[in-house]
Design a protein around this ligand. Structure first.
Ligand code: ADP
Length: 535
């Protein structure tokens, strides 16, 4: 793109503003940072002030496309259009314009890929979404030669359909002529952050910037964790031509300026994958601090500082963030596929409740789980098991069990899965020299007090909810605002964080251990269910 040389290294001090000629006589007294949160089910724009409070926001849902079992797609054009609309919507609601916005930060659903034409900006296929399992055959083939951990040394990840790189290869293999066109430089590929930045900074018409940040790149299976560059070896093995890939940047720097549109001239200055953004928004900036987000699935990240900690317990090693030229900060991550979505399943597929929050009342209609355990291995188990062959099961049923027990088992499954991940994290963290003494939480499910108390009981550590609940968008705003000097240092991020509520373990430890033993048995019963001759 044009002007790239000037922009490299633009960090903290270089505040790019519209040229003075275009400014009206009075500059606005208050300015803000705008974050785009491009999630799995919706796209939001949130405008934050310096204290981290939300000033205005807008949100649009997008279509979930399920072409066949196990496949999940989004329409990239719909996502880009929603992005433009929510930017306009949030500015309108706040009665603000581009002069009020110092920088734009982006946070996104991770591991979802788009392949598009450089000249026109037309995607050559729908986005292949993170939950999509169509790359299973490729993954099996790669694992046949060296096992699931074959690339773990380099990229920190086990082979799984979850990650982005093989999805790019799948699109190139299945769209006619795509590999030839990629070789000629006609195609670009990347995760959703890249798709949005390229479009925001000019797209096909104005030579948009093709970039990604280290956190998104660390979920592709194509990046070397140490060099923070695409690995030739991995790109070759996974068959992703390097010509289509974006330039890997830090999470906090000026990547480019918005061209035509309501925010023309505003710097795009921060990118973080959604879970890393929540970690930043929770101010988990010191090694040894961790957060757990309870949404569709659960994602726990532990900041391990500038050290790369290889998990011996089924966790992923990933980038936490990198601020400009500073040393990169790494994290251990435990991803759980099904938590909040199990509540949705109970609502939509069983009709036991009409809305997600009702699960709490139903669960509180009984005193305990009545011996019932629900392992929601709907599409296998992620961390710390990584077992694609598992399927969901409800265990311990007796004639006594009723829907209250089932509701309780549903909530408890989130807490037990989280305990499995936390145990793995404690084991890895101890080698790295620390133990977690509390867990910061966020996401839709943390409104559920019954679950949060049970979570503290099961973990045996305090569970803490922050005052500012919008941690994901806030994290993206922070990295963008830090890049342009809106916030002068990460100390302000830490100062903005404050506690809303804390749950302390209360249940008898022996009871907890008995339940965890039953949970482990329940998990073991779900393994080895899917036979190889079945899709
Ligand atoms: P995401 O960002 O992944 O879309 P959210 O953080 O918005 O998710 O959380 C929504 C999820 O939380 C849904 O899956 C929903 O079922 C669940 N949820 C929302 N409120 C409650 C509640 N009070 N109790 C239990 N689960 C809830």
């Amino acid at each position: 793109g044009r002007g790239r040389a000037e922009r490299v290294g633009a960090y903290r001090h270089d505040i790019r503003r519209p040229s003075p000629a275009r400014l009206p006589p009075m500059t606005p007294s208050r300015t803000y940072v705008l974050a785009i949160d491009q999630g799995t089910t919706s796209t939001r724009a949130m405008i934050f002030d310096a204290s981290g409070e939300v000033v205005a926001q807008d949100q649009i849902e997008h279509e979930q496309i399920f072409p066949r079992a196990g496949w999940v797609e989004h329409d990239p054009m719909e996502i880009w259009e929603s992005t433009r609309r929510v930017i306009g919507g949030a500015l309108g609601k706040g009665n603000l314009n581009s002069r009020h916005v110092e920088a734009i930060g982006i946070t996104n659903q991770r591991e979802t890929v788009v392949v598009w034409e450089r000249a026109t900006g037309r995607p050559i296929h729908n986005a292949v979404v993170w939950q999509d399992t169509r790359t299973q055959a490729m993954v099996d083939e790669l694992a046949a030669d060296g096992g699931l951990d074959r690339f773990k040394d380099v990229c920190g990840l086990p082979l799984a359909t979850y990650f982005a790189g093989p999805k790019i290869a799948w699109v190139l293999d299945h769209v006619e002529g795509a590999r030839d066109r990629a070789a000629k430089g006609e195609l670009l590929a990347g995760t959703i952050d890249s798709w949005l930045v390229w479009n925001l900074t000019g797209g096909g018409e104005h030579d948009g910037e093709h970039v990604t940040d280290v956190t998104n790149a660390s979920r592709t299976m194509l990046m070397d964790l140490r060099t923070l560059q695409w690995s030739e070896e991995l790109c070759e093995a996974i068959r992703v031509p390097m010509e289509v890939l974006p330039r890997i940047c830090s999470s906090s720097e000026v990547y480019g300026e918005c061209t035509p549109g309501v925010l023309a001239g505003t710097p795009v200055a921060g990118i973080l994958g959604d879970q890393q953004a929540a970690t930043f928004g929770q101010a988990c900036l010191a090694p040894g601090t961790a957060k757990n987000t309870y949404g569709t699935g659960n994602f726990m990240l532990l900041n391990t500082g500038t050290e790369i900690v290889e998990s011996e317990n089924g966790l992923l090693t990933t980038l936490c963030y990198q601020l400009g030229d500073d040393a990169p900060v790494y994290a251990l991550e435990g991803s759980i596929a099904v938590t909040g979505s199990l509540v949705q399943w109970v609502r939509d597929n069983l009709g036991l409740i009409r809305s997600a929050p009702e699960i709490e009342q139903l669960a509180c209609s009984v005193e305990d789980n009545g011996g019932v355990y629900f392992v929601p291995a709907f599409s296998g188990l992620f961390a710390p098991y990584w077992r694609p062959d598992a399927r969901g099961a409800i265990l311990g049923l007796t004639r006594y069990a009723n829907k209250g027990h089932l509701a309780r088992a549903v909530l408890e499954s989130t807490a037990f899965q989280t305990r499995d991940v936390l145990d793995a994290m404690q084991a890895d963290a101890e080698r790295a020299g620390g133990r977690l003494t509390e867990l910061k939480v966020d996401g839709g499910m943390v409104a559920n007090e019954t679950l949060m108390q049970f979570q503290a009981d099961v973990l045996g550590v305090d569970v803490v909810r922050p005052k500012i609940a919008e941690t994901t968008a806030l994290g993206a705003a922070y990295v963008a605002g830090l890049a342009v000097g809106y916030w002068s240092s990460t100390q302000q991020v830490e100062a903005n964080w404050s506690e809303d509520e804390r749950w302390t373990p209360r249940l008898d430890r022996a009871d907890v251990e008995r339940m965890c033993r039953n949970w482990a048995k329940a998990v073991s019963r779900t393994l080895d269910w899917v036979d190889e001759d079945v899709d």
